[in-house]
Design a protein. Structure first.
Length: 539
């Protein structure tokens, strides 16, 4: 019987004098197979993967127990020289965030050829030729031209492909992929995972996939290890784990999929009507400041939404979703007609629009980036009250406590700061900041994109409850169609700044009229068991 390619035995990881962050973890990866390690943020997945190649800071970390055996060599006992022979050659890693993993000062060619020259000793000409081959292999268009590009000149999907090219440069026997698709659109996500699957078969590679998204591993993994609070709670082949989960925590993860449809809307009067909205950004300037040409970020968008309703706005990155939301709030200059509660907002200047800002609120994609680290939670939430609802300190305090309770946080947390909260708690704080002003409409810009599925489900349930209680109208911007499906009554699909499809969400999801919408849906339903009705008819 052949030995596993990688064997992790009773691994414990400790930072300083704290309790172990990982305790007694054991698993193995066979040659050519895909093992997925899943769990929520903080479960110990990523630090366990980083420990395999000793990539954690040696001044902060210790390993009280365990071995990591690769090809009969204990990597935890290996010295730096021995590890350098393995890193990038026998075992390669794709990190979670390609923008921070790629050097912003070096071109694509330099970053990939560095791997080739260090491990294979290739000379510049041979390294460049191999670099072009690798970029072609991972599906980068015009690979020769892209050699001179820097990371900021590439899209999110292209950056991730460059990371994969670097990882595969020396044809490793084991590839560790740490959340390789977290921040990507569903269509790009599907492309990346299909690419990894194809390259794995082509190169005979084993893959250790780290993720919090069980819908991905359902299609992609051979076996699954489930982690919770630093420990393995279950291990099984993919089919068994999804059909007969043994652990309560695994069942919680499996049950965390968003609902298949939103609650019926108690739709009221027409709240917002938009006609021929257009946003143009100048590209380059001539000698006297006149733009050379324009980018139509939003082109002639028209739609309407009623009180108590949610309009989902979907599309890939760069489709104009966020720009559309910002235009409605007059955060970017726009042309066209925006009628809110019977008032034409497009005719108002910023001073005249100010009274409407209380009634039109925005929740940003990244709650940590949008919450001031220098202000307490109470100060962040009450800031809008001081501007729009000047009142006594006691009255403001009561309102802050009321809204914190409403979003599921203790009023006692108002004296703490953003860094003391989890991602889901910070998103609740961002919602509380918008809710405190008693708005009519809230623009939600990717509010669940960086959250675990279990936390996503909690935020969805919170938004549904708040909508029912206050008769709120939502504009829900997202590329995650599973979440959009759970919340949206109407659906608007954008591509390259244009509205390509618009109508009742159920109709758009079940009977899409455009090829682009079908493409989005195919990618979104790619991992799940539910298939849209139109697809089952076709196939």
């Amino acid at each position: 019987m052949s030995h596993p390619l990688l064997q992790v035995e009773n691994l414990s990881i400790r930072f300083g004098d704290n309790a172990p962050a990982v305790r007694g973890l054991s698993f193995s990866v066979d040659r050519g197979e895909t093992l997925a390690v899943v769990g929520e943020s903080g479960s110990g997945k990523s630090i366990s993967a980083l420990s395999i190649l000793q990539l954690l800071n040696p001044n902060l970390v210790s390993y009280p127990t365990g071995r990591v055996v690769f090809d009969d060599q204990d990597l935890l006992a290996a010295n730096e020289k021995q590890l350098r022979k393995v890193r990038g050659s026998d075992i390669a890693m794709i990190f979670q965030e390609p923008m921070t993993s790629l050097n912003p000062l070096h071109s694509v060619e330099r970053q990939i050829t560095e791997v080739l020259s260090l491990h294979r000793g290739l000379r510049p000409t041979a390294a460049k030729k191999r670099c072009i081959e690798l970029l072609g292999l991972v599906g980068i268009p015009d690979p020769e031209e892209r050699l001179s590009y820097f990371p900021h000149q590439l899209s999110g999907g292209q950056k991730q492909r460059v990371m994969i090219a670097m990882a595969l440069a020396n044809e490793p026997r084991l590839l560790i992929a740490d959340e390789p698709t977290t921040a990507l659109d569903v269509t790009v996500q599907k492309q990346i995972l299909e690419l990894l699957k194809k390259l794995q078969k082509q190169l005979g590679m084993a893959v250790l996939l780290i993720t919090h998204d069980l819908s991905i591993v359902r299609r992609y993994a051979d076996r699954i290890v489930v982690m919770n609070q630093g420990q393995k709670v279950e291990e099984a082949d993919t089919q068994t784990l999804f059909t007969q989960p043994q652990n309560e925590y695994t069942r919680v993860l499996l049950d965390a999929e968003p609902p298949a449809s939103p609650p019926e809307a108690a739709a009221g009067d027409l709240l917002l009507a938009v006609e021929n909205l257009q946003v143009r950004f100048p590209l380059g300037r001539r000698l006297f400041g006149k733009p050379k040409r324009y980018l139509d970020a939003v082109y002639n968008a028209s739609f309407s939404v009623r009180r108590g309703e949610t309009l989902g706005i979907v599309g890939e990155s760069g489709s104009g979703k966020t720009t559309l939301g910002h235009a409605l709030l007059k955060l970017v200059k726009a042309q066209g007609k925006i009628v809110f509660c019977g008032d034409d907002l497009s005719r108002l200047d910023q001073a005249e629009f100010r009274p409407y800002r209380r009634r039109l609120q925005l929740v940003f994609q990244d709650p940590f980036g949008s919450l001031s680290p220098r202000m307490s939670i109470g100060q962040i939430i009450s800031e809008g009250l001081e501007i729009h609802h000047p009142a006594s300190r006691e009255a403001q305090q009561r309102r802050v406590e009321q809204v914190l309770t409403e979003v599921g946080l203790s009023p006692d947390t108002q004296h703490r700061y953003p860094h003391e909260f989890s991602g889901g708690q910070r998103q609740r704080i961002a919602i509380a900041r918008a809710l405190v002003l008693e708005p009519d409409l809230i623009v939600l810009d990717e509010p669940t994109s960086a959250l675990d599925r279990t936390v996503q489900k909690q935020i969805i349930e919170l938004l549904i409850r708040l909508q029912k209680t206050h008769g709120l109208c939502y504009l829900f911007i997202s590329h995650d169609l599973a979440v959009v499906r759970a919340l949206s009554h109407q659906l608007l699909v954008m591509q390259h700044g244009k509205v390509v499809e618009y109508g009742p969400a159920e109709q758009v999801l079940n009977s899409p009229k455009t090829a682009y919408t079908r493409q989005l849906l195919e990618a979104a339903f790619f991992y799940g068991t539910d298939r849209p009705s139109w697809e089952s008819e076709d196939h």
